[in-house]
Design a protein around this ligand. Structure first.
Ligand SMILES: *Cc1c(COP(=O)(O)O)cnc(C)c1O
Length: 293
């Protein structure tokens, strides 16, 4: 596992570098996909149907994985179609990998997914239905394993007091929570900074994801903040842009403005406001391609 120490940020800060995860272009979607792929292979599927926005990190890893395996890839995208065909970053990689692209309105995604599954089956494929974001049991398990790997490498006496991360569908946060439970690091608090959802919905999503593995998981352990949305998913006012520039200049850590920039900003603010102390870990979930579109 890759990690870096950053000096003076507020104290020394440990960063898990999943932005550099060495698989399918990195990020938490790369890590989840490695685990999802085992399931796709065990079911002998040869096509994947999934969904996301035009700069979806998840859709990028699926397009790359399908190209590597010679599988059919069907991506159901929502957002600006013209931008998708003009932008670089994840959109370019999806196009380069030859994924079949279908644009729908957000409310029609479920129906389009079902239809794509049906059509692929009729064409003789064995398709795998993958929720957006890699939000399923295998995706959560990837992060249970990541925490085990991390704790083994760092040493059991280096238990962080606080872990911060960007939280979207909630499966990464759920996996980290379950991983901590599995290794007995029960004092570690996991702070999910929302990139899209309000607190109630976010906690519900994280809880649901923990239940993929442990149906008894206690909701009171889920810390989820919607104070750092900066207007909503994908929105990034000047203050946030400036913040990511400052962090890059001061520490050489690249944050994107959709996910990790909001989480890092939220982390610094929560540490200050709640006077949190002890070992702090930022779990960098990726987003490098989101700054290159
Ligand atoms: C998808 C994503 C997240 C959120 O992960 P979830 O498991 O959906 O909560 C955070 N950071 C980046 C860079 C992402 O692409």
């Amino acid at each position: 596992m890759n990690y870096s120490w950053i000096k003076n940020q507020p104290d020394d800060l440990l960063i898990v570098r999943d932005d550099l995860y060495p698989f399918l272009g990195g990020g938490n979607k790369g890590r989840k996909m490695l685990s999802v792929l085992k399931e796709v292979e065990s079911r002998n599927c040869n096509a994947i149907v999934t969904t996301g926005g035009i700069q979806s990190n998840h859709c990028r890893v699926v397009a790359l994985a399908c190209a590597q395996h010679g599988w059919k890839c069907h991506l159901i995208l929502h957002g600006n179609k013209e931008a998708f065909y003009n932008q670089k970053g994840n959109a370019l990689i999806m196009r380069m990998c030859g994924a079949a692209i279908q644009f729908v309105e957000p409310q029609d995604i479920g129906l389009a997914m079902d239809l794509a599954m049906e059509n692929l089956s009729q064409d003789g494929y064995s398709p795998y239905y993958l929720y957006g974001g890699g939000h399923n049991k295998a995706g959560v398990e990837a992060y249970v394993e990541a925490v085990k790997e991390f704790s083994a490498e760092l040493g059991l006496n280096k238990q962080p007091d606080h872990i911060f991360l960007a939280s979207g569908t909630g499966s990464t946060q759920a996996g980290i929570l379950l991983g901590l439970e599995a290794i007995g690091w029960n004092q570690t608090k996991v702070h999910g900074i929302s990139v899209a959802r309000n607190q109630e919905r976010g906690i519900g999503a994280v809880l649901e994801a923990t239940h993929f593995i442990n149906p008894e998981f206690d909701a009171s352990k889920i810390l989820f903040y919607d104070d750092y949305l900066f207007g909503g998913y994908g929105l990034h006012p000047a203050e946030l842009n400036d913040f990511t520039m400052t962090v890059a200049r001061d520490s050489g850590i690249i944050l994107d403005t959709t996910y990790t920039g909001k989480a890092y900003y939220g982390m610094l603010d929560l540490i200050k406001r709640k006077k949190l102390s002890g070992n702090v870990l930022f779990w960098h979930t990726g987003g490098l391609l989101n700054v290159m579109c």
